[in-house]
Ligand binder design. Structure first.
Ligand code: NI
Length: 252
């Protein structure tokens, strides 16, 4: 069964058919989905989906890309939401310098606060890092999240051991299947079998041969196949270990 450790069914791209799609998940082999929050409304939606569907779990947090919307007091709301019985993580949180470094200091400060919150409430952090590896690594090393995952890990075989030494899991998604993505292909077989998670980041990052389409959890099968080739496992074995790993990390 497929466990999708990172998705955004709250995205406006699912406005037309969100529930029709979620209804079909069990029959398409999906046993679990973690819907990640990026701000207060999407965090609340993640928990609403988890109330409606047994197989959906919620993560709540503030994405670095939403830093401009962040207001004093929002972290108290995130903390309150984290007490929901199906909230399994704080996320997604982290650093993203892709669209400029204008709010770099604000991003760092909020990332640190959310790691501390995760440790305080005893939940893993789901970390987003884009073009900010060294700052992200320094913060993780200093703040020591008790548990967590680097979502859609964009590192390489040199940076992988740094993250593994922090005890974090490695999220692998559609980017593994992209043509030219040599570094992820080289890194993937080096991930210990008990530390890998699969994810879509739906609606984004659909794997080859569906690249460019709206992504959703059943498409993970293409990522699982590629991981299997690289790790010398069958697709079924990949799905089984990644489901077990996700359940362990998220306490399901
Ligand atoms: Ni995401």
């Amino acid at each position: 069964m497929i466990f999708d450790s990172h998705a955004h069914y709250d995205s406006h791209q699912f406005d037309e058919d969100r529930f029709a799609i979620l209804d079909t998940m069990p029959e398409t082999g999906v046993s679990g989905i973690v819907n990640c929050g990026c701000d207060i409304p999407s965090s609340k939606m993640s928990l609403d989906f988890s109330d409606k569907y047994d197989f959906v779990y919620g993560a709540v947090g503030f994405h670095p890309g939403c830093i401009e919307d962040y207001k004093e007091g929002d972290l108290d709301i995130i903390k309150e939401l984290s007490h929901h019985k199906k909230c399994v993580a704080i996320g997604e949180v982290g650093l993203d310098y892709h669209y400029g470094k204008e709010f770099k200091e604000e991003q760092k400060e909020l990332f640190i606060k959310q790691i501390r919150l995760a440790n305080e409430v005893g939940k893993p952090v789901i970390v987003h890092e884009r073009e900010a590896f060294s700052d992200c690594y320094e913060i993780l090393k200093a703040e020591k999240p008790d548990k967590g995952v680097m979502h859609c890990f964009s590192g390489n075989k040199e940076t992988l051991p740094l993250i593994l030494n922090l005890g974090l899991y490695i999220g692998v998604g559609g980017t593994l299947t992209f043509k030219n993505n040599v570094k992820t292909v080289e890194m993937c077989p080096l991930i210990p079998k008990d530390r890998i998670l699969l994810e879509t980041d739906a609606p984004y990052l659909a794997p080859v041969p569906l690249r460019g389409k709206r992504n959703y959890s059943p498409y993970i099968i293409h990522v699982a196949e590629r991981v299997g080739e690289l790790m010398n496992l069958t697709t079924e074995e990949v799905l089984k270990i990644t489901e077990e790993n996700a359940k362990k990390l998220f306490g399901i």
